[in-house]
Design a protein around this ligand. Structure first.
Ligand code: NAD
Ligand code: TYD
Length: 351
């Protein structure tokens, strides 16, 4: 058995990753370290706990806890997801982004380095840092981000992820720690917290609430189905080279307003509502400060070197996502009511 340490495995991408590993890697054990912030939901993986998945309720800024985890387990690799991840929250309260994304990543690197230097990790150890394309800043109408695009972050969120990326790269160059970085475009799919565009719009259409579109809705994002992202991360972990960076994207560029229109029309169809019902809820609101105009990923390196490419196109992925939310409204409601925090505190003690 190989033991991997996943951080933030109760968040959106982490939950999908844990589930994917359980399905596809029978010889892996996971230690899932998560602080269960507002974005972490133990209920999303509680059915897997015990056996090959072990949940540890704790904070990545807790160096003693990290040392204990590395001392007690021969870790084959780290998949570092834990972060504050929402741009709008980073505008309202950036401090948590510095604590978790910058200091937390530094603590993870330091704990990993000490274990690696002492020979307490498994042979072939890797530290995979999961980052974002937002570190590259905004594109105009043309072009796409490559792995050599200059960093130019716009929001406190992307600035904190950029700082973390620099530390990860520095730990490879200075100390030789076998780190790798992935910079991925916008993910969508099951288990995404309903503050992000796609689940927020689905949730509001279902509840006949206004659909807030920032500015004129012409900002463009490159969308990737979350399970494809998880497979890309597994590919990098198993085949990537230490010190390298890999961009990951879906090649599915869409304006925000197009996304909102697609969601309105598909949800209307699913609910047999008259066409146009959802679109009537669209409300243009003040733009996000520092709002990046366009993101687009050039994912040719990971395709060329590691043979990964997305398997699910937007049409298929968005249909699966809508169906998942329609079938899991109790999940959305428990998330928004904070019910799951009560469950975890009863079972694991509060933070
Ligand atoms: P998320 O906000 O849904 O989940 C974050 C998880 O980290 C939660 O479970 C939370 O409880 C946990 N966490 C937060 N602070 C912690 C701390 N101090 N200690 C331990 N756990 C903590 O985020 P997500 O969308 O799943 O993103 C995961 C990672 O992927 C992040 O690093 C993010 O920057 C990156 N990323 C996300 C996207 C996207 O579209 N969602 C795209 C590219 C990269
Ligand atoms: P979001 O899901 O927050 O991801 P990110 O900001 O990391 O790309 O937002 C995606 C796009 O949707 C972004 O251009 C901002 C826009 N947006 C809205 O127009 N309305 C909303 O309510 C939200 C949350 C986002």
């Amino acid at each position: 058995m190989h033991t991997y340490l996943v951080t933030g495995g109760c968040g959106f991408i982490g939950v999908n990753f844990v589930r994917r590993v359980m399905e596809t890697r029978p010889d892996w054990r996971l230690i899932n370290l998560d602080a269960l912030t507002y974005a972490g939901n133990f209920g999303s993986i509680s059915d897997l706990d015990g056996g090959r998945h072990r949940f540890v309720h704790g904070d990545i800024t807790d160096g003693d806890l990290l040392k204990r985890i590395f001392d007690e387990n021969e870790i084959s690799g780290v998949i570092h997801f834990a972060a504050e991840s929402h741009v709008d929250r980073s505008i309202l309260g950036p401090a948590a982004f510095v604590d978790t994304n910058v200091t937390g990543t530094f603590k993870m690197l330091q704990a990993g380095l000490e274990a690696w230097k002492a020979g307490r990790v498994a042979p072939g150890f890797r530290f995979l840092h999961v980052s974002t394309d937002e570190v590259y800043g905004s594109l105009g109408a043309e072009g796409s981000f490559t792995e050599t695009t200059r960093y130019d972050p716009s929001s406190p969120y992307s600035a904190s992820k950029a700082a973390a990326d620099h530390f990860v790269r520095a730990y490879h160059r200075t100390f030789g720690l076998p780190t790798m970085i992935t910079n991925c475009s916008n993910n969508y799919g099951p288990y995404q917290f309903p503050e992000k565009l796609i689940p927020l719009i689905i949730f509001n259409i279902l509840n006949e609430k206004p659909l807030p579109v920032y500015g004129d809705g012409s900002n463009v994002r490159d969308w990737l189905y979350v399970v494809d992202h998880c497979d890309a991360l597994l590919t990098v972990l198993e085949k990537g080279s230490p010190g390298e960076t890999y961009n990951i994207g879906g090649g599915e560029e869409k304006k925000n307003i197009e996304i909102v229109h697609i969601l309105c029309d598909l949800v209307d169809q699913r609910l047999n509502r008259p066409s146009g019902t959802g679109r009537k809820l669209i409300t243009f609101v003040a733009d996000r400060p520092g709002h990046d105009l366009r993101y687009a990923i050039d994912a040719s390196k990971i395709e060329r070197e590691l043979s990964w490419r997305p398997g699910v196109d937007f049409e298929e992925g968005i249909a699966r996502t809508i169906d998942w939310y329609l079938n899991n409204m109790d999940w959305v409601e428990s998330i928004t009511s904070g019910e799951y925090h009560g469950w975890v505190n009863e079972n694991y003690g509060s933070r």
